[in-house]
Design a protein around this ligand. Structure first.
Ligand code: UDP
Length: 375
C-alpha cells in the first residue's frame, strides 16, 4: 500500500517524495509519464561525450541557505556562474544590460553621458526592469530605454511568448533587468553551481529510498481518474495525491485549455572544439530561434567536437508537445483561478510546481516551496 501518489518526477515531485519518505516515513509511489526522472532538468552524456540538458539549459542559483544545504545532501557541486551575451547590431554584448554593455554598444562619449544619468537617477548595483526604465522622464534615458526595449526585449519576447512585453505580467521581463553596475553575470545569487555529476544523478539520489517506488512511462490515469468532486482510484488506494503536471490535463480541460509555452529543442554537433565564446548567446533580432547554448562551457571537457542547442519556442499542444512555461497574462491567470478554485473541492489533492501552480518557478523556488509545504 502507498500513502501518497506523486505525479511527476521533476523537482516538485522528487523533493516531495524525498521529504515524505525520509522525514515522515510515508510510502510513496512516484509516477512519471516520460521514460526518465528529472522532468525538464534531465541531463545525459550525448554522442560527443558532452553532458547536455535535454530540455534546455538549467543553471542552478539560489540565495537560500536552506535550499542549498538541503540539495547538498544529494549532490556535490561544480561552481558555475552563468554568463549570457546578446547579439545586437553585429556585436555580442553582455546581458543583463549593464554599464559594460553600454560602453560596448554606444560611442564612448555618449556612453559616459548615459552612465552619469543612470547613476544620478538610480542607485549603483540596483536592478531596473525595462518597463520601469521606459517611464524615465529624462530624454536621454528615454532614448536608452527605447534602444534596449527594441534591441533586446521586443523581438525576443515575440519569439518566446508570441506577445509584447506589456502583455505579460511585468515580473517576466523583470527577470532580466537593466543592471546599474558592472557585473556581467546572469544571476547574482549567493550560491551558483551545477550538480557535479549532473541533475539526473541528483534526482536519482533524491529518490533513492526504500519508501519510494518510481514508475516511469506511466500516465496518472493508470492509477486514478477524476470523478466530479472525488478521485476515483483504480486499485485499492485511498491515498493523497501530489500532482505536479499541467493542471488543465488533470481535470480533462473542463475549464478549457490553459496555455503553456513549449520549445522545440534542436541539438547540433559542430565539428570543432568550441562554437561560441559564451555558454549562451541570445539572438533577439535574428533567426527564428531565441538562443544558442553550448554545453561544453558548463561542464568543460576536451573533445574535438562540440554540441550546441538552438531553442525554437512554439505553442504547446496537449499530448503532443512538452509544456515548459506558464504564460503570464491576466486572461490566463483568470482561467487558472477557475482550476485552482475547483481543486479546493478535493481534500486529497495538492498541487505543486510550475505546471500545476501555473507559476514561473525557478529550480530553487520550487525546492523552497516544497520544503515549506511538506514540514
Ligand atoms: N528576455 C528578452 N530578451 C533577452 C532575454 C530575456 O526579451 O535577451 C525576456 C523574455 O521575455 C524572456 C524573459 O525576459 O522570456 C525572461 O528571460 P529568462 O532568460 O529569464 O528566461 P528563461 O531562462 O527562463 O527561459
Amino acid at each position: 500500500m502507498v500513502d501518497v501518489i506523486i505525479v511527476g518526477a521533476g523537482f516538485a515531485g522528487a523533493v516531495s517524495a524525498n521529504l515524505l519518505a525520509t522525514r515522515h516515513n510515508k510510502k510513496v509511489l512516484v509516477i512519471e509519464k516520460r521514460a526518465h526522472i528529472g522532468g525538464n532538468c534531465y541531463d545525459e552524456i550525448d554522442e560527443n561525450g558532452i553532458l547536455i540538458h535535454r530540455y534546455g539549459p538549467h543553471l542552478f542559483h539560489t540565495s537560500s541557505k536552506e535550499v542549498w544545504e538541503y540539495l547538498s545532501e544529494f549532490t556535490q557541486w561544480q561552481p558555475y556562474e552563468h554568463k549570457v551575451l546578446a547579439h545586437i547590431d553585429g556585436k555580442n554584448a553582455p546581458i543583463p544590460f549593464n554599464l559594460n554593455t553600454l560602453y560596448q554598444l554606444f560611442p564612448q562619449e555618449y556612453a559616459r553621458v548615459l552612465e552619469e544619468k543612470l547613476l544620478k537617477n538610480y542607485q549603483i548595483n540596483t536592478k531596473i526592469p525595462i518597463l520601469e526604465l521606459k517611464k524615465s522622464s529624462d530624454k536621454d534615458l528615454q532614448e536608452l530605454a527605447n534602444f534596449i526595449y527594441e534591441k533586446i526585449f521586443v523581438n525576443y519576447t515575440a519569439k518566446q511568448w508570441g506577445l509584447k512585453p506589456e502583455e505579460l505580467e511585468s515580473s517576466v521581463t523583470a527577470r532580466v533587468p537593466i543592471f546599474i553596475g558592472r557585473d556581467n553575470r546572469y544571476f547574482n545569487d549567493i550560491f551558483q553551481a551545477v550538480p557535479k555529476e549532473g541533475y539526473t544523478k541528483l534526482f536519482e539520489n533524491l529518490l533513492d529510498h526504500p519508501n519510494i517506488q518510481v514508475e516511469t512511462n506511466v500516465d496518472f490515469k493508470k492509477h486514478f481518474s477524476i470523478k466530479e468532486d472525488a478521485i476515483g482510484f483504480k486499485n485499492d488506494f485511498t491515498c493523497k495525491v501530489i500532482y505536479t503536471g499541467a493542471i488543465d490535463e488533470l481535470f480533462n480541460f473542463r475549464f478549457g485549455e490553459l496555455p503553456y509555452r513549449s520549445v522545440d529543442m534542436c541539438f547540433e554537433t559542430v565539428d570543432k572544439p568550441y562554437f561560441q565564446e559564451a555558454t549562451t548567446i541570445n539572438y533577439p533580432n535574428d533567426h527564428a530561434f531565441t538562443r544558442i547554448t553550448e554545453f561544453k562551457h558548463i561542464h568543460p571537457i576536451t573533445t574535438q567536437k562540440t554540441t550546441i542547442l538552438k531553442e525554437y519556442p512554439q505553442a504547446h499542444i496537449p499530448h503532443q508537445t512538452i509544456p515548459y512555461y506558464p504564460i503570464f497574462t491576466d486572461e490566463n491567470q483568470m482561467r487558472y483561478k477557475q482550476y485552482a478554485d475547483y481543486v479546493k473541492n478535493f481534500q486529497n489533492i495538492v498541487l505543486l510546481g510550475r505546471l500545476a501552480e501555473y507559476k514561473y518557478y525557478d529550480m530553487d523556488d520550487i525546492v523552497e516551496k516544497v520544503l515549506e509545504t511538506i514540514i
